[in-house]
Design a protein around this ligand. Structure first.
Ligand code: UGA
Length: 464
């Protein structure tokens, strides 16, 4: 079967990026969403998320190879490959809510008019492919031919487009040779390297060594690969945060320790940055969901409890550092740099920065915050509880301390002399370890970070 037209259901982070990138690979794509306002906005040319290269791709392909629609029925009838990239939000017990996936499967079955490959792109627990199959068989009126494939996505917010086009690997969980072949053909512009030879390709990030391998597994294995990958990365972060806490107790330096540990090629240097814990729409949700799936299968995955616990404690430890530096918080004026859950995104879902700001406000602190991209979303979440600054400098002006909560590039190159002049007290609390103690103290600033020696209080007395 020659791939010509693809449907992508869901225009959220994964769906929209996948749709734009498949169009970039030369396919005709219809991206479907039941949020008609979002569809209209996309058709008007609006770009709903802050993501490098996405505006270029949407501009390049919109109304040519890429179309947005509110009709799943039409998309099902006109496409033989249907990617499902709808939300799987967490329920109270940590399990993923799969009701959107189920209703999409039902609607596909109601409109099926020939062989279809239904591809799970959303992060779903193991066995979801079986459930989709069952729902389809129960719903379809007549005998219908289809396969369900799991093709998890590993893109990160902020680098989503290049992660999609230059992945480390492509995982395809297909239980029939026919479906596996279709997915192999679909991704051949990447696996053969032909896309990388095109003149107007999206530029490759550093460190790309060649076309990605495709790993073909069963659907269940692919579902597990996704959950296990995210849980493992979250575990790396919690692990290094736990080691950072020991560093603080013994006077060692987590940056040195992480470099030494990460230089072992079996461990690797990435995802070993200590800080205020992981956030975002994936790790918190996926670790909890994987924990819940394991339990349902009869396995008590206690390691994941600890990963979650360390992540929560990490924020509380940072709160304690703020209290130690400032004593009482009521009425204190705090400048906050960063509200997004990490740099290069406007996403504030499960952002440790937002959680900290909420706690600070609850304790009576007056927060003035600045973020290069997440201001609109943060305003929606925090309303009038804090003040929003238009610049770094406005956030720092007259503050009793400056807090760095997100690892934006611009926060790593602050004009420290200027900051020193603007702050009422020369205190910087850095939850992302963007500076060295020496550099801060050379500018007369007292510096507290994570897993490293902090300025002594006498330092504050000296420069204050
Ligand atoms: C994560 C995974 O990295 C992707 O591979 C995956 O596809 C995605 O979830 C998903 O399942 O959709 P993302 O949530 O965009 O991507 O962000 P990450 O870059 O992984 O960062 C997650 C959180 O961990 C952030 O709050 C970040 O600040 C924190 N982090 C990351 C650390 O605290 N230390 C590190 O060393 C790395």
């Amino acid at each position: 079967m020659k791939v010509n037209k693809i449907a992508v259901v869901g225009s959220g982070y994964v769906g929209l990026v996948a749709a734009a990138c498949f169009a970039e690979l030369g396919y005709s794509v219809v991206c479907v969403d039941n949020d008609l306002e979002r569809v209209a906005a996309l058709n008007r040319g609006e770009v709903p998320i802050h993501e490098q290269f996405l505006p270029e791709l949407l501009e390049r392909h919109r109304n040519h190879r890429l179309h947005f629609s509110g009709s799943l029925a039409e998309a099902v009838q006109s496409c033989s490959i249907i990617f499902v990239a709808v939300g799987t939000p967490p329920k109270d017990n940590g399990e993923a809510d799969l009701s959107y996936v189920e209703s999409v499967a039902r609607e596909i079955a109601q409109n099926i008019n020939g062989y279809k490959v239904i591809v799970e792109k959303s992060t779903v627990p193991v066995y979801t492919s079986n459930w989709i199959r069952r729902v389809m068989l129960l719903t379809a009126q007549a005998e219908c031919e289809f396969d369900v494939v799991s093709n998890p996505e590993f893109l990160r917010e902020g680098t989503a487009v290049t992660d999609f086009l230059y992945p480390d690997r492509i995982v395809v969980g297909a239980d029939t040779p026919r479906a596996a072949k279709i997915l192999r053909d679909l991704y051949s512009p990447l696996t053969s390297g032909s896309y990388y030879g095109s003149l107007d390709k999206i530029p490759e990030p550093d460190g790309i060594t060649g076309p990605p391998p495709m790993i073909v597994t069963t659907a269940k294995s692919a579902e597990l690969i996704k959950h296990a990958s995210n849980a493992f990365l979250a575990m790396k972060i919690s692990f290094i945060n736990a080691v950072a806490n020991i560093c603080e107790e013994v006077g060692a330096d987590i940056e040195q320790v992480a470099e030494g540990v990460g230089s072992d090629s079996r461990i690797g240097p990435r995802f070993l940055r200590a800080g205020i814990g992981y956030g975002g729409s994936c790790f918190p949700k996926d670790v909890a969901a994987f924990r819940a799936v394991a339990l349902e299968c009869g396995y008590e995955f206690g390691l994941l409890d600890e990963v979650m616990k360390i992540n929560e404690t990490q924020r509380q430890r940072f709160m304690k550092k703020i209290r130690t530096a400032l004593w009482t918080l009521k009425g204190k004026k705090l400048g906050v740099l960063g509200l997004a859950f990490k740099g290069r995104t406007d996403d504030i879902r499960e952002s440790p920065a937002i959680a900290l700001v909420e706690e600070l406000v609850a304790e009576g602190a007056c927060v003035t915050a600045y973020d290069p991209a997440a201001m609109t979303r943060a305003q929606e979440a925090l309303g009038t509880r804090i003040k929003f600054a238009e610049s770094i400098s406005q956030a720092a002006e007259g503050a009793d301390a400056l807090l760095i909560l997100t690892d934006w590039d611009e926060f790593a190159s602050l004009d420290l002399s200027q900051i020193r002049k603007q702050l009422r007290y020369p205190i910087v609390l850095d939850g992302r370890n963007l500076y060295s103690l020496e550099e801060m103290e050379a500018h007369g600033l007292m510096y507290v970070s994570v897993g490293r020696r902090a300025s002594a209080l006498k330092q504050l007395a000296k420069v204050g």
